[in-house]
Design a binder for this molecule. Structure first.
Ligand code: PMT
Length: 409
């Protein structure tokens, strides 16, 4: 099993505020690091920050137009300032000048950045950068105390030689150090720093231009697992068959239709994953050939020749550097015996078995699971799939931790 320590920032929405200060030139590097770590970065500059760094540079790095004006008809029509405040999962102001911090402390709303800081529910972090005497000034000390008490995270400043030639605290933390702090903000939850690939929903195996062989999976179970993992800090890639569910916020979704597409997409995604959960109801067989036009109903009978699809779960579990693998078993009879046989045959670490039928398992809002692993089993009683998903991922975390401990000793 691969082990990772760094926290992924994929799809994390970071509002990067830049205020006027010589350290602003370093923020291009910070923006690049955040984008490389997978974050979506929206830069908002105070009016005079533009004296120190060009908006074009930041726009090129982040792929988003830089926001500056508080009254901006063009942007207010698209993502208005309140929407932008809601969009952010973290507001990071770097460099944060003495003036910016004083205004933030006073609750002023005379720039777009200050307005956003007042309007957002997201955590706010500031990376102060100013002259050593300005930092030591009682006014700055008092402002920092108030901001700290309000929950604003104060990152830095570092000590050292300053642009003005003086020595002492006042330098903005380096971009790498700020990146690490950002990672720490998102490093909460039992799956923080873990990358998870999850299959969900049905597959559709085309018969002709309009018909397919499919199944009743709605994706509810898989999506609930994805959401529970996201809440616990995981970096989730959801390889999903066709479903009518909203994308879980923060997940990366790869949409597929057929088993072959799901197989290809999963193997492309899973290489550096820590956990693979196969919740999709993958068609075991597909038509040998697909008619390009709609088949005419001339004959009284129609025989479909089917060929076996590759087994995604088995192939992932057979990888030399494989993630922790959790499969599902959908059974209509002999639940435990068949599920245990599947666990062994597919070589997976854990299997979650559910009794399925017309109104059971598939499509329903509730489910029950019998979870099996080497030397252990537990029953998760009938309840909402959302609750069940939370209990299942808690079991998975325990087993993953137990496996890591065994490997380390
Ligand atoms: O989507 P819902 O409506 O919420 O319903 C949830 C569910 C019933 C679909 C779900 O709980 C479930 O049981 N998913 C697995 C369904 C299934 O295909 O089970 P299986 O016993 O046929 O397959 C065993 C395991 O191998 C599964 O993890 C499956 O994803 C995997 N598999 C199967 C075939 C294949 N070609 N590739 C696979 O990866």
């Amino acid at each position: 099993m691969t082990s990772r320590v760094s926290v992924h920032l994929r799809s994390r929405r970071i509002l990067l505020g830049i205020t006027a200060g010589i350290a602003a030139y370093k923020v291009a590097g910070l923006a690049r690091l955040l984008v490389s770590a997978g974050a979506e970065v929206q830069v908002v500059m105070t009016p005079s920050a533009g004296e120190f760094i060009g908006a074009m540079t930041l726009q090129a790095i982040t792929g988003r137009p830089v926001r500056e004006a508080i009254f901006d008809a063009q942007h207010e029509a698209a993502m208005g300032h309140i929407e932008l405040a809601r969009w952010a999962e973290l507001v990071l102001v770097a460099p944060a000048s003495a003036d910016f911090l004083a205004r933030l402390c006073a609750g002023m709303a005379d720039t777009l950045l200050h307005t956003l800081c007042l309007a957002t529910d997201a955590p706010i972090a500031v990376a102060p950068a100013m002259n050593v005497r300005m930092w030591a000034n009682p006014a700055s000390r008092a402002n920092m105390k108030v901001l700290g008490e309000r929950g604003v995270m104060i990152w830095g400043p570092a000590s050292g030689e300053q642009a003005c030639g003086e020595q002492g605290p006042g330098r903005m933390l380096e971009p790498e150090a700020l990146l690490e702090k950002v990672r720490q903000v998102f490093a909460s939850g039992r799956f923080a720093g873990r990358r998870v690939v999850l299959t969900a929903g049905p597959t559709r195996e085309p018969v002709d231009a309009v018909r397919f062989v499919g199944n009743r999976s709605s994706g509810k179970m898989g999506y609930a697992i994805g959401e529970a993992l996201l809440r616990e800090g995981a970096d989730v890639t959801l390889v999903s068959g066709p479903v009518a569910l909203p994308v879980p916020a923060g997940a990366r979704v790869v949409s597929v239709e057929t088993a072959l597409e799901m197989h290809r997409a999963t193997l492309a995604e899973v290489a550096d994953a820590d956990l693979f959960v196969a919740c999709a109801a993958v068609a075991d067989y597909r038509p040998v050939s697909t008619a390009s036009q709609k088949i005419k109903k001339d004959a009284d009978t129609l025989t479909l020749e089917l060929v076996r699809n590759p087994d995604i779960l088995r192939d992932v579990a057979a990888m030399p550097e494989r993630p922790f693998c959790v499969g599902f078993a959908a059974e209509t009879e002999r639940l435990e015996a068949y599920a245990e046989a599947k666990r062994r045959a597919k070589g997976v670490d854990m299997i979650a078995a559910n009794q399925v039928g017309r109104q059971q398992g598939f499509e329903a809002d509730e489910n029950a699971l019998l979870v099996l692993w080497e030397g252990g089993r537990t029953r998760l009683p009938q309840q909402a799939k959302t609750r069940l998903a939370e209990q299942l991922i808690s079991l998975i975390a325990e087993r993953m931790d137990a496996q890591t401990t065994t490997q380390d000793t």
